[in-house]
Design a protein around this ligand. Structure first.
Ligand SMILES: O=S(=O)(O)CCCN1CCN(CCO[C@@H]2O[C@H](CO)[C@@H](O)[C@H](O)[C@H]2O)CC1
Length: 483
């Protein structure tokens, strides 16, 4: 396997921004406090606790609903340029609907955070949806399987722009539509954990999320951008897909993997419509499976045009890499998106592991995926909106996280200077240890550790805090920087 060369000693470009990220359900707690409504993660962790490691949940988590002043103090201590966080839809709109009433204490919570960020010279980057759908929208409307949710989301987005937009210059509509739809509606790996209609529901979800994203984009672009002058886009995640050999069939399988995982959402938004390889493969298999129409929903020509161009930058979440090899098309049977894609995915056993089964340390993948996004989507502004390393916790001297950040950023410098990729920012996941979805509190991604057994939820800096501080100060990765 390829290893990165010596750590790059070039400085990040002037104006390049460094931040950290969190998400509402993962840090806030206060799950039913001050009028907040129930969301699908509250519901799932309460009704099906066995799905979550140690039956943990986010009822309290880091208790950031009460400790946001402490959180902003940590951000100030770190010296970040920006803070990426998400709004809890059901804290602002308890029923999910506007006419269900606005929850003022919920609005105040986010206004207080924005006030403190402003006072401390830290730029906010707000994600509208980081997986915590109001439960009534799932129960009564079918959530992302129903077209009705598109307008309901658009109304929520407009409210957020109204309430907070005068102070927010970077918006994200959706975090990781691949995770929302494939794990939420096929593998069962995320709420609402629907897995009884594989190969079908996830594509309906993707269709609705793309329409919702475009609706929110156009609202911002027409009604708010002229006076608020911010940027809005979506955050898409993918591993880098490295061909398992230079055999043309492996190269094609790797490209197909990127098209199914990243292109699923990036192609409609940048070029218009789904990737042709998805239209073809899912269409062909659907016919063989006896469907009267493709399992991949079809956009009308107007929808293709309406979704195309709905990005002011590309948000990229990148953590790891996969080796991809060609395989015979999997025989026709129960449909699934992995059968539609039909590749062999593996890893190189020399790659360093982490506490997350899917996260291997492969720094050169950062350069490759960044260059692929540049080459495939007309050289857009790219912001790395998440990148980070997990351990099992109890480690304050987190030298493996320091190594991960240094090597991934070194690879990013090569993308910026040698491949001329227009990357303008990097966001470390995460500010602090938090609720890692089905893995509960077993996997720690924080620069600050959180003691979840202490009711005060104390935050303690790990060694990576000093390392990230040094990068924020010197804008480079080693002692001796070149210009
Ligand atoms: O279908 S399964 O569930 O069997 C397979 C899942 C494999 N991965 C897990 C990690 N995720 C990207 C990272 O997910 C991101 O990174 C962080 C660390 O995980 C999360 O805490 C953030 O909320 C999330 O934005 C992509 C999907």
């Amino acid at each position: 396997s390829q290893t990165t060369l010596a750590v790059d000693n070039r400085k990040f470009p002037a104006g390049f921004k460094f931040g950290v990220a969190t998400a509402s359900y993962q840090i806030e707690g206060g799950w039913d406090e001050d009028g907040k409504g129930e969301n699908i993660w509250d519901h799932l962790t309460h009704v099906s606790p066995d799905l979550i490691n140690h039956q943990s949940n986010g009822d309290i988590s880091c208790d950031s609903y009460h400790k946001y002043k402490t959180d902003v103090a940590l951000l100030k201590e770190l010296g970040v340029d920006f803070y990426r966080f998400s709004l809890s839809w059901s804290r602002i709109l308890p029923t999910g609907y506007i006419d269900g009433g606005i929850n003022e204490p919920g609005v105040a919570y986010y206004e207080n955070i924005l006030d403190l960020l402003e006072e401390n010279g830290i730029e906010p980057m707000i994600t509208l949806y980081h997986w915590d759908l109001p439960q009534p929208l799932h129960e009564n409307v079918g959530g992302w399987l129903n077209e009705t949710t598109v307008d309901i989301f658009a109304n929520y987005a407009r409210l957020a722009f109204d309430l907070f937009g005068d102070r927010v210059k970077y918006w994200v509509t959706f975090n990781e539509p691949l995770s929302i739809c494939q794990q939420g509606y096929e593998t069962g790996g995320k709420a609402p954990a629907i897995s009884d209609n594989p190969g079908v529901d996830l594509y309906i979800c993707g269709h609705m999320v793309l329409k919702s994203h475009a609706a929110a984009y156009h609202i911002y672009d027409k009604e708010y951008k002229p006076k608020q002058k911010g940027k809005i886009s979506i955050v898409i995640n993918t591993n880098w897909a490295e061909p398992g050999s230079d055999d043309a069939k492996d190269v094609e399988a790797a490209e197909r993997t990127l098209q199914f995982r990243f292109g699923w959402f990036a192609n409609p938004i940048v070029h218009g419509n789904y990737p042709q390889v998805m239209i073809d493969r899912i269409g062909n298999r659907s016919v063989q499976e006896g469907f009267t129409q493709s399992r991949l929903p079809q956009f009308t020509d107007e929808e293709v045009e309406s979704i195309k161009g709905t990005y002011d930058y590309i948000g990229l979440n990148h953590y790891s890499t996969s080796l991809i090899k060609w395989r015979e098309d999997i025989e026709i049977g129960e449909p699934s998106s992995s059968k539609d894609m039909s590749v062999q995915e593996s890893i190189d056993f020399s790659w360093e592991t982490s506490a997350s089964y899917w996260l291997f340390v492969v720094p050169w993948g950062m350069r490759k995926i960044s260059k692929w996004v540049k080459d495939t989507y007309n050289n857009p502004e790219i912001i790395i909106t998440e990148n980070g390393y997990s351990d099992a916790g109890g480690i304050l001297d987190d030298d493996r996280r320091i190594n991960y950040i240094r090597e991934y950023l070194s690879s990013l410098l090569e993308a910026i200077y040698d491949d001329e990729v227009n990357v303008t920012g990097y966001t470390a996941w995460s500010l602090m240890d938090n609720f890692e979805w089905f893995r509960g509190y077993a996997e720690k991604f924080g620069l600050y550790s959180v003691n979840f057994t202490d009711p005060e939820r104390p935050r303690t800096p790990k060694a990576s805090v000093d390392y990230y501080k040094s990068i924020l100060t010197t804008r480079c990765l080693v002692e001796e920087c070149t210009e």
